[in-house]
Write a protein that binds this ligand. Structure first.
Ligand code: AMP
Ligand code: ZN
Length: 131
């Protein structure tokens, strides 16, 4: 059974498509966290960004940039969050790679992204681990 975004791509279920080419489709997110909230999706099924091939990913992010500019211009948004959730632990609910474009109007938007410091980390050790 194909996933819900594959069904949208195959036009088996309806969606509000704002852009489509041979390998990428973009449609309005049903939830409209802010006005113009859009999902940019490769037509080929990849579960997440880690599994996507580099050429598809490069095109996907280029389309995302182009649409972010278009959406900001036409909605008169003051900013934009471009967001990808990978795996359940990060909040992914649809297991088909997608970028959210979430236009931002002000800090009272229905999305809050805040960074809070958690336990102190040993940056030297972490750097050695990750370098
Ligand atoms: P994520 O939590 O990053 O996996 O986001 C999945 C997003 O897909 C959510 O914001 C949903 O509102 C959106 N979504 C789920 N089903 C549909 C659908 N049929 N059409 C448009 N957006 C959808
Ligand atoms: Zn899929």
């Amino acid at each position: 059974m194909s996933c819900i975004f594959c069904k949208i791509i195959d036009h088996e279920i309806p969606s509000s498509v704002i852009y489509e080419d041979e390998s990428v489709i973009a449609f309005l997110d049903l939830s409209q966290v802010t006005k113009g909230h859009t999902l940019v999706v490769p037509k080929k099924h990849f579960a997440n960004i880690l599994e996507c091939d580099p050429d598809t990913l490069a095109h996907l992010i280029q389309v995302t940039q182009m649409l972010a500019k278009r959406i900001m211009e036409r909605t008169h948004a003051n900013g934009v969050n471009i967001l990808n959730n990978t795996h359940e632990a990060a909040g992914q609910t649809v297991m088909h790679l997608h970028f959210h474009i979430i236009p931002r109007y002000d800090e009272k938007d229905a999305i809050q992204i805040e960074f809070h410091e958690s336990e102190k980390q040993n940056l030297e050790e972490l750097c050695a681990l990750l370098k």
